[in-house]
Design a binder for this molecule. Sequence first.
Ligand code: URA
Length: 202
Amino acid sequence: MSALLGLYEEIKHCQKCEIAKDRTKAVPGEGAEDADIMFIGEAPGWHEDQQGRPFVGPAGQFLDELLALINLKREQVYITNVIKTRPPVNRDPLPQEILNCRPWLDRQIELIRPRMIVTLGRYSMALFFPGKSISKIHGTAQKWDGIIYYAMYHPAAALHQQRLRETIKADMRRIPELLAQAKSIPEEKQETPPQQSSMFEV
Ligand code: URA
């Protein structure tokens, strides 16, 4: 069994949070083990909980469309979430749930070693760009320790606010150019990205 599949088994059995009791399936993540790009969403919704796969509902359909804009299929990238279990009635993830799930995400990043991490929405953004506001930093990239971090709005935001659709598409279209010009993106001074999420500052 690959290290990634072993990790999925651990995630499926994790009971650190109360919400684990009510899930249909945990949603560890999926995609290419050697993906260049890792997309990190917020939390599984109803469809994801049923299937055990990330972004398979309406937001996922839009994510597939966004990937097609840059000639990628979901099998060529890696897709996961900040937390791996659906919160009841799709409430926001709690700070403790985010902390409990963080080691899984860190191990996924270690195993995949993506060249670029794309945060989808503010919960994911807050892990890597603490204190920043998504309306200010979407579509901008920073580099730490050789990985490009790029913040985008959550695809579901476009389902509720039509005016964001073109913004999200434009941000997606920048990804190939950023990867191609990775060397020219300035490296931030700190050696690793911030580890603490500060949800109350976003
Ligand atoms: N929204 C997310 O953040 N993640 C999913 O997997 C589905 C919807």
